[in-house]
Design a protein around this ligand. Structure first.
Ligand code: ZN
Length: 189
């Protein structure tokens, strides 16, 4: 039997933070007709979709303007006009980056790195699309007020602080068990 390193409570902080972020992003699930409008604008159809970044077969919808940045919602949402067809590798490589910087940048799997030849045409096409889509970020604290916004993120900070304190407690428990000599008992060896 193999023993893994004990899981840390603090290693769960990022998923808690992600929960706080995702829980307040409005869901604007696009309809089929909205999707068709976006595809038509990009010169594609639901039968023939290619990754707008590199031209390979599209398997995903990528949020052109990222929904999350530096662990906070950007205000951009999952609206039809903020979703573009992409291949899995591009979607993954782009992640939360700004699309144009990413396309021409050095990230692993980025279009320039992959040797996409018509990159300038693609950038122009995407820029035209973005202009048409005209997405404006939701200004969360402007809409809901600073009080509720601050309350929410203060709750997050409190939970994070408690998780760190709990981890210290867990570390002390582990240390205490180790120091007790209980682990060197022949029954456990
Ligand atoms: Zn791609």
């Amino acid at each position: 039997m193999r023993f893994k390193k004990p899981l840390k409570i603090t290693s769960r902080i990022s998923s808690v933070t992600n929960g706080f972020v995702q829980a307040i992003i409005p869901n604007a699930a696009p309809s089929r007709s909205e999707e068709a409008e976006v595809l038509a604008k990009l010169g594609m159809s639901s039968e023939a979709q290619e990754c707008i970044f590199c031209g390979q077969k599209a398997t995903d919808w990528d949020h052109l303007l990222p929904l999350v940045k530096q662990k906070r919602p950007t205000g951009y949402i999952n609206s039809a006009k903020n979703r573009v067809p992409a291949c899995g590798p591009c979607n993954h490589s782009k992640s939360g980056a700004e699309w144009q910087n990413w396309m021409t940048g050095k990230a692993k799997g980025a279009p320039r790195q992959k040797g996409v030849t018509d990159i300038d045409e693609r950038i122009e096409k995407i820029a035209n699309f973005a202009k048409w889509a005209d997405q404006k970020p939701i200004k969360f604290n402007g809409i809901i007020g600073a009080e509720l916004w601050d309350k929410y993120w203060n709750l997050h900070a409190e939970i994070e602080e408690k998780m760190r304190a709990a981890q210290q407690c867990a570390d002390a428990i582990q240390r205490s068990i180790k120091e007790s000599g209980a682990l060197s008992s022949p029954l456990l060896s």
